[in-house]
Design a protein around this ligand. Structure first.
Ligand code: ZN
Ligand code: ZN
Length: 411
């Protein structure tokens, strides 16, 4: 059972290890109004850690949904200038950003996908120049989750409400490594060190490509860009501040070569996209591009995802996650990428992370493209790792090195 003390420990972990707020640095918190009690703990902890100021951007999923229901597509696509200005001035002040998630997955299922798409495209276009701040880790940022009744009912529909809430809470706190008696900050230091160790080994091999197969029918070769960097654990800002952008995280991730992906990928978990839950889907890649796809449920949403822009049908990320990771072992499908992407090996369609390329953070879009990086306004992760996933790394001299056997690292 999650106790009040554990909420306090989670707040401390998010502030001290997640965003790692520095003395006299502003913090911006994004949260749902339902979580005000936890947000108070976070704000207090941040001030005690030396934050210069703490601002909270409140949201409410039901009110957002009303906007998508009642406003026209044209209105939704009009993103006011002040939204851009607000984030811009906060970035210029050197703020760090903490997002606390607890929304109900699939809540937008009955909203017109054209409206959601129009809003998202307009939003990303308007805010495009501000994405580098977090994408390139210029300032610290972190995403954590806490349980809500609405979310719990989706994850455990068969259980009575209270029991579902308790079970989701136990799962979230356990995979985030926050218990009644442990020191979560110390446990995260040890966990980060292990992830960094895997990334160092992968970097030493400097694979040309990875070949993935699974019992679901995945058989795909994913080329990696030259001079790639595998990243695991936390990140550093240019000023040398260490932070953990995702809590939990279990992945080591890298940058695929845009045009060097060939074969079939079968997803192993549903994907929650724009409030829709896409199920049992697959893609076929040719020279990097998705040339065919299918889904048993919400195929239309998958089509919108792929047609979002030119780069959204190419890969931007390949990530290795052991089948033995705590999230995978929990066997729970959270219907939220922060958790589910850490349960399994995954790929992302769309924008890559420049930190996965040597010198990438300083490169222009054109330079990144010249190095084989994809480009898109969107980044959508989906899971394809399984219990029997096999991965071979293929070196530039043709040597084949086993990387995963039966879902886990060989080394
Ligand atoms: Zn990832
Ligand atoms: Zn990703």
């Amino acid at each position: 059972m999650v106790t009040p003390k554990m909420y306090e420990k989670l707040a401390r972990l998010a502030v001290r290890k997640g965003v790692n707020v520095q003395k006299d640095q502003p913090l911006v918190v994004r949260a749902s109004v339902r979580d005000y009690a936890f947000v108070r703990l976070v704000v207090k902890e941040a001030y005690e850690a030396g934050a210069k100021s703490v601002s909270v951007n409140w949201a409410d999923q039901e009110i957002s949904k009303m906007g998508f229901t009642y406003e026209s597509e044209e209105t939704l696509a009009e993103i006011p200038d002040w939204i851009h200005e607000q984030t811009k001035s906060r970035q210029e002040a050197g703020s760090c950003f903490l997002s606390i998630i607890s929304d109900k997955p699939g809540a937008m299922a009955d909203v017109d996908p054209k409206k959601l798409g129009a809003y998202q495209r307009a939003y990303y276009q308007k805010m495009g120049d501000l994405q580098a701040y977090t994408m390139n880790n210029i300032g610290q940022w972190c995403v954590i989750g806490i349980p809500s009744m609405e979310w719990a009912k989706v994850v455990f529909p068969e259980l009575p409400e209270e029991e579902a809430f308790e079970k989701l809470g136990d799962a979230i706190f356990s995979v985030t490594r926050v218990g009644e008696d442990n020191d979560p900050v110390a446990d995260w230091d040890a966990h980060d060190a292990e992830l960094i160790g895997h990334a160092e080994k992968l970097n030493a091999y400097n694979f040309k490509e990875l070949h993935f197969t699974s019992e679901l029918g995945t058989d795909v070769t994913v080329g990696l860009v030259q001079d790639h960097i595998w990243v695991g654990g936390g990140c550093f800002t240019p000023n040398g501040v260490y932070f953990d952008p995702n809590m939990p995280t279990e992945e080591c991730f890298c940058m695929p070569e845009k045009t060097a992906v060939n074969g079939k990928v079968v997803a192993s978990k549903p994907l929650s996209y724009n409030g829709k839950v896409i199920e049992n889907f697959w893609f076929r890649f040719e020279n990097g591009k998705v040339v065919d796809f299918g889904a048993e449920k919400e195929e239309e949403a998958l089509k919108h995802l792929l047609e979002f822009d030119e780069g959204s049908s190419y890969l931007g990320e390949v990530a290795l996650v052991p089948y033995d990771s705590p999230i995978s072992q929990s066997g729970i499908l959270f219907f939220n990428t922060l958790y589910d992407e850490n349960a399994a090996c995954h790929l992302a369609l769309g924008r890559p992370y420049p930190e996965n390329l040597k010198g990438g953070i300083e490169m222009s879009e054109e330079e990144l493209a010249a190095h084989g990086a994809n480009s898109s306004l969107q980044h959508e992760d989906f899971m394809f790792g399984t219990k029997e996933m096999q991965i071979d790394g293929i070196c530039y001299d043709g040597t084949v090195v086993p990387v995963f056997r039966n879902g886990n690292f060989v080394f």
